[in-house]
Design a binder for this molecule. Structure first.
Ligand code: F6R
Length: 614
């Protein structure tokens, strides 16, 4: 939510900042802005709408050359997405500029104080108060680092702030509290970004910061301190993906590219998980086997697509380990006073590692002395750092706002966790675990088989370009897939779409069915006879009422053919692993339908990739 870039070095800052914003635009695209330190003054431009509007404006009104700059791409919280509310915000004298991600909760009181003291606020944002407060400090003689420390001590809420002082042009100062910020370490230049995509073109060396830290970058140095001024240090790491991963590679959308990357993403998330004896090992799991043996309840918390991965995990963990599992929306979790003990394991699933709802939920769990394990795709992000252990997924950067490869690799991590718990607790024999691992190892090839038939799904999507509503039915592990299929369609095609547990249909939703309504049916494998039979009944019920049934079923399942208007075959795999293949046609369908409707698939309206406000 909001992308932030900072640069000090030997290049023209304008190019570096705009390129960084382009790579961060998936985080928010309501407006964009830039500020450069030039000749003792801030030179700045900012425009409502996508980055392209700012770039166009800068052709008509070029900014002066400078080697220090900051930039911002916005997902609006306080104030409408217009030119005035766009960042950067400047103080009254024009020497200081600030960009901000997050919410300053006590901004109203600070704003009143500033206005009483004669400061004129131009925007409706909470950010502008930070610009004025910082300017007051530097005008009183503080350097920008000291000013930032002092101002941050007065702010409440979650925020990343990045500032420059044009009278001290060789430095950019930033601060973070519960909001993302990483430092890129170059040679004779340094960078700041909401995530590493902002600077991956220039360096793969990064520095992760802790909460409540201020960082100062110059061309040659990076220094870290606490809000109280005590010296600090970040954790340095090497980013294990490169610029190519952050580009579309010939695809029209990042989402389409990321769907097609799924075989590799799944394979990489499985890599190195078995030791020489064939036993499962989860290296980044900082919880001991003794800790895990004590676990008697698991609560999975997550949001959106990650929540659906958690729903699948429940089936797998309970089946393989007999530990009871609850799955809860992160935004609801701490408000219901959940029962948590030291023997409860809280599993937080988050692609970005920055989702505020999930972060606040794990903080609540840790206060209650529960152990927290994160499943995350983003090295250096907050949720894994605040957890007792982490299983990293290896999807590479996910840039399309709609999660795809993030979801599949989360499923893999959930299966690995379930099998690891089964190994530690002895609830499954070693050869059973090895058999599932072998089945998982075959999944990349199965996913590729589904992708190889992408053209037939695209044709199906084009046929349904005028649909006004689409339903999705599933049972067991197919139920979360139905919910995920509906979510994909809602978020990028802006189409009414709902997922249901097929058995629930007759309890109300079947009233929605009318002639011609497309209904996707996720058919479980035939091995699970009862499930399969019940699903077939559900399909017949909707078909009898005129629905057009689009059935995703395992190859060779001829029993479905009489009830399927369209049959989408997927490779035959065990029921618990079926989501890895059955969700893929739904992702392709949503991507193509949204394309047909002329929507911006990677940047759907009103959304942002990582939701860092509650
Ligand atoms: C849907 C989507 C969102 C995210 C949700 C959680 O396609 O991307 O629903 O899944 O905002 O995000 P993370 O996993 O980053 O915590």
């Amino acid at each position: 939510m909001c992308g932030i870039v900072g640069y000090v070095g030997h290049r023209q800052a304008e190019g570096v900042v705009i390129e960084g914003l382009r790579r961060l635009e998936y985080r928010g695209y309501d407006s964009a802005g830039i500020a450069l330190a030039h000749d003792g003054r801030v030179a700045s431009d900012k425009r409502a709408g996508k980055l392209a509007n700012l770039e166009k404006a800068m052709i008509d009104h070029p900014l002066p050359q400078a080697t220090t700059g900051i930039g911002h791409t916005r997902w609006a919280t306080h104030g409408a997405p217009n030119d005035v509310n766009a960042h950067p915000h400047l103080g009254s004298t024009g020497r200081l500029a600030v960009v901000h991600n997050g919410i300053i909760e006590n901004f109203a009181a600070l704003r009143d104080d500033l206005e009483d003291a004669g400061h004129e606020m131009l925007s409706e944002t909470d950010t502008e108060v930070a610009a004025h407060l910082l300017e007051l400090e530097v005008c009183a003689g503080a350097d920008l680092t000291t000013a930032m420390q002092s101002v941050c001590r007065r702010l409440r809420g979650a925020f990343t702030l990045v500032a420059l002082d044009a009278e001290d042009p060789g430095r950019v100062v930033a601060a973070r509290r519960s909001s993302p910020l990483v430092v890129g370490i170059g040679e004779g230049e340094n960078f700041l970004g909401s995530d590493v995509a902002a600077f991956i073109e220039h360096t793969r060396e990064a520095l992760e910061l802790e909460q409540d830290q201020v960082v100062t970058i110059t061309a040659d140095a990076v220094s870290v301190s606490g809000f109280d001024g005590t010296p600090g240090e970040g954790r340095r790491y090497h980013v294990d993906w490169d610029l190519a991963a952050a580009e579309k590679d010939g695809h029209d959308w990042f989402m389409r590219k990321e769907i097609h990357e799924q075989p590799r993403a799944v394979a990489e998330s499985l890599l190195g998980r078995r030791n020489a004896e064939g036993l499962l090992q989860l290296d980044e799991m900082r919880l001991s086997d003794d800790d895990l043996r004590d676990i008697d309840k698991i609560i999975i918390i997550a949001a959106g697509t990650s929540f659906y991965a958690g729903m699948v995990a429940k089936y797998a963990i309970e089946h393989w380990t007999r530990i009871s599992v609850e799955v809860e929306l992160a935004s609801e979790f701490r408000y219901r006073d959940p029962i948590l003990t030291h023997s409860t394991l809280v599993v937080a699933i988050s692609q970005s590692g920055e989702t505020a709802d999930t972060l606040q939920a794990i903080r609540h769990a840790r206060v209650q002395r529960s152990r927290v394990l994160a499943i995350c795709n983003t090295n250096g992000s907050t949720i894994p750092r605040e957890s007792d252990g982490v299983i990293y997924t290896h999807a590479g950067p996910e840039i399309g706002v709609a999660s795809t490869k993030g979801f599949l690799t989360q499923l893999v991590a959930c299966y690995l966790l379930a099998l690891y718990l089964a190994q530690v607790k002895g609830t499954r024999y070693g050869d059973e675990i090895a058999q599932v691992m072998d089945q998982l190892d075959r999944m990349p090839a199965h996913i590729q088989t589904v992708l190889d038939a992408d053209e037939s799904i695209y044709a199906l999507a084009r046929e349904h370009a005028d649909a006004r509503s689409v339903l999705f039915l599933g049972r067991h592990a197919g139920y979360p897939v139905a919910l995920e299929g509906a979510l994909k369609l809602k978020e990028i095609a802006y189409l009414h779409a709902e997922g249901f547990a097929a058995g629930e249909l007759k309890h109300g939703p079947i009233a929605l069915v009318e002639p011609g309504l497309p209904v996707f049916c996720i058919v479980p494998p035939r091995g699970r006879d009862q499930l399969h039979e019940k699903m077939v009944s559900g399909i017949q019920e909707v078909r009898a009422r005129g629905a057009r049934t689009l059935c995703i079923a395992e190859e060779g399942d001829e029993s479905i053919r009489p009830y399927a208007d369209v049959l989408v075959p997927v490779p035959a795999v065990p029921v618990l692993l079926q989501p890895l293949v059955s969700v893929v046609p739904l992702q392709l369908f949503a991507c193509e339908l949204a394309t047909q409707l002329g929507h911006d698939v990677d940047q759907p309206r009103n959304l942002a990739k990582s939701v860092t406000v509650e």
